[in-house]
Structures are given as C-alpha cells and as structure tokens.
Design a protein around this ligand. Sequence first.
Ligand code: PLP
Length: 391
Amino acid sequence: MADWRVLTEEMERLKLEGRYRPLSVWDSRSDKWMTIGGRKVLQLSSNNYLGLTHHPELKAAAKEAVDEYGVGSGSVRTITGTLDIHDELERELAAFKGTESTLVFQSGYATNVGVLSSILGPEDVVISDELNHASIIDGIRLTKASRKVYPHKDMDALEAELRDSGGFRQRVVVTDGVFSMDGDIAPLPDIVALCEKYDALVYVDDAHASGVLGRSGKGSTDHFGLHGRVHVQVGTLSKAVGVAGGYVAGAQVLKDFLIHRARSFLFSTSAPPSVAASCLAAVRVLKNHPELVERLWDNTRYFREKLLSLGFDTGASETPIIPIICGAPERTMRFSDALLAEGVFAQGIVYPTVAMDKGRVRLIVTAMHTREELDFAADAMSRAGKAQGLI
Ligand SMILES: *Cc1c(COP(=O)(O)O)cnc(C)c1O
C-alpha cells in the first residue's frame, strides 16, 4: 500500500536543517498585543500597518452587511456573485487610485495569478525583478510568454533586456512596489522611463505599498507622481487595508478583458458581502484620515533610528518593513526565539523564502504602536541581539 514516505523524508530533512516551523496559534483580540500559549507578546510581524483589522467603522460595516446580505455571496462574480456592494467597492477604489477602473479579486495572490496568466500570451515577454513576490512568479509560470529575470533593481540589466526584446508582441515589466522581504522601494520612475523608451507596459504590485506609500496610502504610483504612466497597479486589501482581497487598478479595457479571461476571477466565488463592506469602509477611512499613514511613518523613522543606533544591520529597508539580517537559518530562528522569550514576536524568515545566508528577523512597525511599546521592543532587541552576538 502506498504511504507518505517521500513527504516524511522531506519533513525529516527540514527538521535537521532547523527549518521546521509549526504554525503558531494566536488569539488576536487586539491589534498589537497578542496572546500565545497564555503569554502576552507585542506583535511586530503583522501586516496590519494601520490597525484597521480592529477599526470600529470596518467592524460595524461588516456586521451591517451580514444582516443585509447574509454571510456569503452565493456565486462567482459572472453569475449572481456581483452584489451592489462589490460594484460600489470597485468604483470607490478607482476614485481613490485615480484610475479608470478597478477589479477586485479574492486575494492579492489570486490577483497576480489571474492578471499575469491572462494578459500574457506566447508572443509576449515578461521581464521581472528577481526579488518579486511568489504570487508574481506563480502567475508568470502559468503563461506561455517568454520570461526574463533581472537582478534586483538593476536598471542597466533591465534596459539590456528591453533592448533585446524588440520582436515581441507585448513587453511587460513587473516589479513589487515595496519588496516584502527587504522593505526597499522599487525605482519606479526609472522603470517607467525605460518602459516608455522601449514601448513596454509597466506592472507594479503594491501589496506592501497599499495604505503605506503615497498620499493616504494610495501606493507607489502616487508616491512618485506617476499617474497615468503605470499600466497595471495591483493592490491588496489584506495588509494595511486590514481585511482580505486584492485588486487591479488600470484602464477600463484591462478590467473588461480580465472579467472575460482571468481564471482566478472567473472560477472562484466572490468575496462575502461583509468583506466587501469592510473594504469599502477601509477605503473611506484611508481617505478621511491621512494622519494614520503619517503616524505609521513617524513610528517607522523613530524605530529604525533606534535600531541603527543599537548597531543592528537593517539591510536596505526604507519602509515600515525592517529586516534584521542574521545570516544562517539556525542563527535567525534563535534570535526570533530569544525575542519571543523577551515578549516580542518578530518572525524569522529563512531559506527558501530568502537566500541561505540572508536569514532575517522581519519587523513591521505599525501606526498603532506607542513610543513606549517601541522602546520596550528596542530594549528587548538590544538584550537578545547582544546574547546572539548580532550587535
Ligand atoms: C502579500 C503579498 C501578496 C498577496 O496578497 P494577499 O492579499 O495576502 O493574497 C502579493 N504580492 C505581494 C508583493 C505581497 O507581499
């Protein structure tokens, strides 16, 4: 009889290499202090940048939507799964982003997979930054387009690829707006200029830039003043927006095309009405409370300065994502465990998510952290960092 010996061996190997991580189970009744196994710890690893997961207006919108519409949408969007609230969310998001249209998917992952796999055909080429998110890589894997990868943010290499790709029907350059593991920002003005020179389409994934970069968190296109020059802006509703879902913002023809061709859109039931309602409330909160994003950046500057003055290596970080580069997987996980013992949760991230010698503990500052909490975290990091020989 067949058994799971292949999977069992693989798991044994992960354990030997110090890469076996069981899921942590949290109670999440607050936006920053969470409890695990009865212990209260300060959360510095959540993507809940603005504390919107617990915002009263988002919660009220979800409850109202349940009473009004029920708990599920009942179908895919193309049959009976487009409720007025889904339509309203897309209109509001388009106005917020300053684009002709937006189309909402069930997640950011589903957005990248659905968009890339449908807009690219065998006559096309896609040119992608080597550190782009896994959902971009998976979307590209599903196409028959030619694929080129350029070294991280290397504009000379990107130009060389563009110069060599004259014969293709469409050329699409894809980049994360903010890179999720390093917290650095894509050189979007340079990418846009090159794409204009070589007649290529620009595709930016703003998952970690939505609610973080630009006025009121409108994203990297707004941050750099590139309105009208970026063809595809992907965003997520799951991180700073605090709920769940993803969207693509761009031309009306892009939306029309995706409604007919994007398989992750066509063949998966639309978001529950409560989710759409909370997302709609979140966009309104972002629009009406620009001070949330300002507070996020104040905290980011404060905390990064503290860590640098303690002597930590924060890599290339220029956003609220602050990696502490530790090196080998075992050393990374030891630092993360030591922080947990000090009452701070900061996720260790190791190979294969990052290179074998580039393991890091990734911190994400939020608008909700107080100065006292950030000081508490910095003290814990100082003690744990000294104990592990990191500083
Ligand atoms: C998190 C992330 C996604 C996926 O978004 P979800 O809404 O969580 O599915 C896509 N792209 C990037 C760059 C991300 O960081």
